[in-house]
Design a protein around this ligand. Structure first.
Ligand code: BEZ
Length: 261
């Protein structure tokens, strides 16, 4: 088995995610304001994870369904008494079932954006909206480059293992419009993000595929090398590690009947 074949898919341990990535939901909370959920609405939370934001939505609309590809995360969401289901975002089967689709920090894990957009379109009622945030063009560029540099001497091509989709404004707008959405707003937002712990914890949580492709004996040295490369770039003695996040945030509408689309 080659190193790259050994790289399994990213795993989603809810405890590890809560420890190292709670900030993802915390920073996504303002997106709910952009969604403006109303009490009579039914909402789909695409990529709901452990349901932290789904629970917020549940208090502000008639009904919310959370979907996520990770059975572990869905179990964690159900433990919050949410309607959460194991569904791959590329394979949404809802038909005109929702007034709005909400999605935070999930679309960048889905490598076939047109299939996802198609599913969102079908899930929405005419006049419905999608409000989303994901990693955008340039997201975690410094971390990616450091990992590529550190892993290369071990024969691992990190760039070939990344499965993240970080589109530009132009690309994602074109995709939404090609399906018929009217894009009300779409922007890239630079959001340097303080990490709750060491950069090693971020790598374990978000870049597991690359770490697993390394020989176990090489992993500590590669992580040390990443830390060494990144320290002058994204470490602040007062703030700690500050990841170079760039978000793509958008709001788009499925036209009402008679408006075209
Ligand atoms: C993010 O949420 O920005 C992210 C997710 C996975 C890998 C890198 C970044």
């Amino acid at each position: 088995m080659t190193r790259h074949e050994r790289a399994s898919d990213q795993s989603w341990d809810p405890d590890r995610y809560a420890r190292n990535a709670r900030f993802v939901a915390e920073l996504g909370a303002p997106l709910i304001d952009l969604l403006e959920p109303r009490p009579h609405e039914e909402i789909l939370d695409l990529g709901c994870g452990d349901g932290a934001l789904t629970a917020e939505l549940a208090g502000r609309c008639k009904a919310v369904v959370g979907v996520d590809a990770s059975p572990e995360q869905v179990a964690a969401a159900r433990a919050r008494s949410l309607d959460a289901r194991v569904v791959d975002g590329h394979d949404l089967r809802f038909e005109a079932a929702f007034d709005a689709v909400f999605t935070n920090a999930a679309l960048h894990w889905m490598a076939r954006p047109d299939a996802v957009i198609e599913g969102i379109w079908r899930a929405l009622r005419p006049g419905g909206r999608v409000v989303g945030e994901m990693g955008g063009e340039g997201n975690v560029r410094r971390i990616r480059e450091a990992l590529e540099t550190a892993a290369a001497p071990c024969g691992v091509d990190a760039a070939a293992l990344f499965r993240w989709y970080f589109p530009s404004v132009e690309e994602y707008r074109d995709r939404l419009e090609a399906r018929g959405f009217a894009v009300a707003s779409i922007e890239l937002i630079e959001r340097p993000t303080r990490l709750p712990g060491d950069i090693a914890a971020w790598l374990e949580t978000f870049a597991e595929r690359v770490l697993l492709a390394l020989d176990a004996a090489d992993r500590p040295a590669v992580v040390d090398r990443v830390r060494e490369i990144l320290r002058p770039q994204i470490y602040d003695p007062a703030a700690g590690w500050v990841a170079d996040y760039v978000r793509l945030r958008f709001r788009a509408f499925k036209p009402s009947c008679g408006e075209g689309g």
